[in-house]
Ligand binder design. Structure first.
Ligand SMILES: [Mn+2]
Length: 308
């Protein structure tokens, strides 16, 4: 049995790509199961329901001796407990290569600079003449819409657009309608405490000598997050302390207007953001026009500043 999984704090791409890749392996005669290492966010729950897909089994650690196929990450810091004892069979990913994983034998790795893992998985299916069913096609389309913010993120590539167009056709879904539903679901912060909001889409990065947790809140309604600024600052400070980070930052991304607002817990992060993005904080937040992508904008700019 091959266990297919993505990163901790599973998002729509990690979850849908795990399901799609497990399905792909099954078409090739393998036994495979998609699992999720954590709770699903509201956008992902909406997508699964919309596409008529089962919610993958949730795990908090891998079983001893598990054979795993990784999607949407190659970063050991983002893997669920037990990965050290697991046999990694393959990696399909679209993030920068961070190093740290090793294997006993050669493995299958596909990494491409596209916006979404599902785009790569769709290309693999095409290469093998395997056509996804409606549910799988819908899930992969949703993953692309999520990772590209409906093609507005600078990470978007032509292969992502082409895959999305074909998948929408196969799934019989209206792209705009699906994206609207997803972004509305994503923007619903009700019932979430400040820590939950920060952890919805959050990753740790080692940049230069710094260890930073960078949270992103993508929303069609930024004010619903910005009114919680003081609580978010407090929660960032707590995370920083608990996880022994050098810094913790939150970026509230306005999906509609393509801009971000930075929230920081201390003068250290404030100075970091001001210098990396060459802007000034006004009041307690900093406005970053055009910034929507952690992968292509936020992390590279922080890294360029920290390693200069
Ligand atoms: Mn992804």
């Amino acid at each position: 049995m091959i266990t297919v999984l993505g990163h901790l704090n599973p998002d729509t791409d990690t979850t849908c790509s795990a399901i799609a890749y497990a399905w792909f392996l099954q078409q090739r005669g393998e036994e495979a199961e998609a699992v999720v290492p954590g709770n699903l966010n509201k956008e992902t729950q909406f997508v699964l329901e919309q596409c008529g897909a089962q919610t993958p089994r949730r795990i908090s650690s891998l079983e001893k001796g598990a054979s795993i196929a990784l999607v949407d990450t190659n970063n050991p810091e983002e893997l669920v407990d037990g990965w050290q004892e697991a046999e990694i069979l393959s990696i399909v990913d679209h993030h920068k290569l961070v190093g740290g994983l090793s294997t006993a034998i050669p493995i299958y790795i596909v990494m491409k600079p596209v916006a979404c893992t599902a785009t790569i998985i769709y290309e693999l299916m095409r290469q093998e003449g395997i056509k996804p069913n409606e549910t799988i096609a819908g899930l992969m389309l949703a993953a692309i819409l999520s990772d590209t913010l409906k093609f507005t993120s600078p990470t978007t590539t032509q292969p992502d657009r082409m895959a999305a167009a074909e998948l929408a056709e196969i799934a019989g879904l209206d792209t705009d309608q699906l994206a609207d539903g997803m972004f509305t679901a994503k923007s619903d912060l009700s019932g979430a405490g400040p820590r939950d909001i920060l952890m919805m889409d959050s990753k740790i990065f080692n940049l230069g000598n710094e260890k930073l947790r960078i949270s992103v809140v993508e929303t069609t309604n930024p004010s619903s997050a910005l009114v919680l600024r003081e609580q978010l600052e407090q929660a960032l400070a707590e995370l920083k302390e608990e996880e022994q980070l050098t810094g913790a930052l939150c970026f509230v991304v306005d999906i509609i207007n393509s801009a971000a607002e930075a929230i920081v817990p201390s003068a250290y992060e404030k100075q970091l953001v001001e210098r990396a993005f060459n802007i000034q904080f006004s009041d307690a937040t900093a406005h970053l026009p055009g910034v929507v992508s952690r992968k292509k904008q936020i992390v590279p700019q922080l890294e360029a500043h920290l390693t200069a």
